[in-house]
Design a binder for this molecule. Sequence first.
Ligand SMILES: Nc1ncnc2c1ncn2[C@@H]1O[C@H](COP(=O)(O)OP(=O)(O)OP(=O)(O)O)[C@@H](O)[C@H]1O
Ligand SMILES: [Mg+2]
Length: 578
Amino acid sequence: MPVKFKIQGHLIRRIVAYTKPYRWLFYGAMAITLVLSGMSIARPLFINAAIQSVTDQQNQMHAFYVWCNLILFSLITESALQIVNLRMTSILGQRIVRDLRNSVFQHLLHRKHAYFDKNTVGTMVTRAVSDIESINDMFSQGFIVIAGDILTICIFIGVMLAVNPLLALIAMSTIPLLFIATALFKRGVKSSFSQVRTAVASLNTFIQEHINGMAVVQLFNRQQAEYKKFIIINAEHRKAHIRSILYYSVFFPVVEILISISIALVLWTAGLKHNSWHLGLGELTFFIMMVQLMFRPIRILADRLNALQMGFVSAERIFSVLDNTESMEDSGTINFNGLTTAIEFKNVFFAYKPDEPVIKGISVYFEKGKTHAIVGQTGSGKSTIAALMARFYDPDSGSITFDGVPLTQYRMSHIRRKTALVLQEVHLLNDTIFNNISLRNSEISRAQVLKGIQELHLDTFISSFEGGLDYKVQERGQSLSSGQRQLIAFIRAYIFNPDIFILDEATATLDSYTEQYIQTALQTLLKNRTCILIAHRLSTIKHAHCIYVMHSGQIQEQGSFNTLMALQSHFYTMYNTQ
Ligand SMILES: Nc1ncnc2c1ncn2[C@@H]1O[C@H](COP(=O)(O)OP(=O)(O)OP(=O)(O)O)[C@@H](O)[C@H]1O
Ligand SMILES: [Mg+2]
């Protein structure tokens, strides 16, 4: 994505605002950079003086030694300051990176559920990791260094003009060519840079997708075919990299040639004007050094401006994340200490995407302390009902009330504290079973977890894992079956001691081993709670107080198991076909 370089005032202001807590580092680095720019002229001047002192008639060796010592001193001071400066700019850059990353992550933690439906994991990981990294480059080789480079170039030009205006102009005569070469280089590098980034992204995506979907690849014997695809993508990546290096490999020699032309021109002019100018050897050496020293920052400037530009692109993306204000409105003030009468949905409508309603006028009544069930075909909107109760989303119209009070009027944290929702797809962390149950909450003790496991009769289930509670769950819990993952979520929910328990059953089919554990654990979990079971296995809900049968976002039938069976309608057919 080629981006035109603009001085983006608003972005600079926002980025610089992040330096506020580290003001002394920012100004300190700035001051050292300026001192270094000023000092960069000292060495050529000292060398000039040293050579001049030995070529003078008097042949003053004493003066020569003094100048040599000064050269050594300025070299050491410059190097020391450069070390300090580099350290300061990288500390500054990394602190800003840390702060930005913290705020991006904190911001993401409070986004609406819908935000995550719209943005892919890959994009958000890129924002929080590599985009932020380019902000570091803005500080380590951006703002401050560029200011120093420009100052250095100005000082060099000024001093050269003061020493010998004509020779200075001749020395600088190739600068326009350098600018043209730089502009061409910058354009080439920019496009190849974005090609590299695209290639890296597709490589990442390809590998990630294939590792995640390895089962599908292997089941369908796609190894060879996928390998061939990978070879092509990998070759693209190599080509993009080589292309970007090509620009550098052409640009740097071109600059060297321009420097040599400038030096040749200086020498040539000096030779021609030798008699009239009485140019000393020191002065000539000084000019040759100046040409070399002046071209260096100009050459690097192109690279630095690129880094700055990439930083701006990243900053824009990061700020677009930070500027997203779609957080779940949490303006409720009423405390919720548990249900006293019922949860009620009245004519609720909801759509994930505008004009594609998923819930179409649902009214249900979940009475306190009873077990209710929701059944229905896949995609009929059962999980959506659970998501609405947990306030992942708010309905578009109609009302959801707890004890007659709209859900939105309660403090969200209170509702969540009293409601446990076991999701259809349980997400486990790459950690021990114990930490997956306690969610690393230090207030939950091991004894408490063990007691919960015992009460749910899941001791043998847990000890069937090597190391029991200390069994390390592999990434995303893929090493466990969905039923096993839900059982771990049961323990998590039970220890939480919720007033309302919502279970979104994972699958219609469970192995008899897991099935047995789920049934036993449910008996304890359902006791004395308001429960909503989203069930796929109709045999498990025989004792539910009321069963709601959903069909494409609406309630088709409702009643107790016996009533629905007696109706011999939808539920009856579903039950008999299972
Ligand atoms: N995050 C989402 N964004 C957009 N559409 C969604 C989203 N989640 C679900 N849907 C759509 O909403 C409809 C209802 O989905 P829902 O998950 O509530 O069905 P379900 O009854 O739980 O199905 P299942 O029995 O397979 O779990 C489906 O058509 C689904 O494609
Ligand atoms: Mg579902």
